[in-house]
Design a protein around this ligand. Structure first.
Ligand code: PNS
Length: 170
């Protein structure tokens, strides 16, 4: 049986991620989506929220499961009997970074990486850009699954102004 991992931050899940997960599911017997738990990096959604988005997103892919990990990805691969890492590549910029990580993971534990070009019409979709556009009120529908739109809007809402009471104001 060939089991692969698709690692990432998924903050939040985008349609670009889902495209890569569906392609990976077609290539491997089993795919584990692994959310990186990184306390030193601030995220918009906590790990449990991101896991829940992924569970909903891959509900129609029977050979895909969802998990989280801390530390080195190669340790996760060893502990979960994973033989390949699958990553999506949107552009030449992605490619340079992904090849560097692939070489490092090969060097660390002889784990192979499969790089999948994303669908051309999704090559501009990135969680970071989605958050920036949504933060300033731009339309991100079609870039994230529909069930992510409302949590994203709520999370980016500016905190309500609390009116100063008469005592506070004096
Ligand atoms: O979605 P991202 O943030 O681009 O995903 C990056 C990720 C999680 C794949 C990468 O940071 C990673 O593998 N982190 C785990 C720590 C590790 O193994 N680092 C060495 C990578 S060569």
């Amino acid at each position: 049986m060939r089991r692969a991992v698709c690692p990432g931050s998924f903050d939040p899940l985008t349609v670009g991620h889902l495209d890569v997960l569906a392609r990976a599911a077609g290539l491997f017997d089993e795919v584990v989506v692994a959310v990186l738990v990184n306390e030193s990096k601030s995220s918009l959604f906590n790990v449990e929220e991101r896991l829940e988005m992924l569970r909903r997103g891959v509900a129609d892919l029977p050979n895909v499961s969802v998990d989280s990990f801390e530390g080195l990805l190669v340790d996760f691969c060893r502990d979960h009997d994973v033989t390949a890492i699958v990553k999506g590549v949107r552009s030449a910029v992605d490619l340079g970074y992904e090849v560097q990580m692939a070489h490092m993971n090969e060097r660390l534990a002889a784990v192979q990486t499969v790089l999948l070009p994303t669908a051309p019409d999704l090559s501009f979709v990135a969680s970071s850009l989605v958050k920036e556009v949504a933060r300033f009120g731009g339309d991100v529908s079609g870039l994230v699954p529909s069930f992510v739109l409302e949590p994203l809007r709520r999370r980016l809402e500016p905190p309500a102004q609390t009116a100063l009471s008469h005592e506070d104001a004096t």
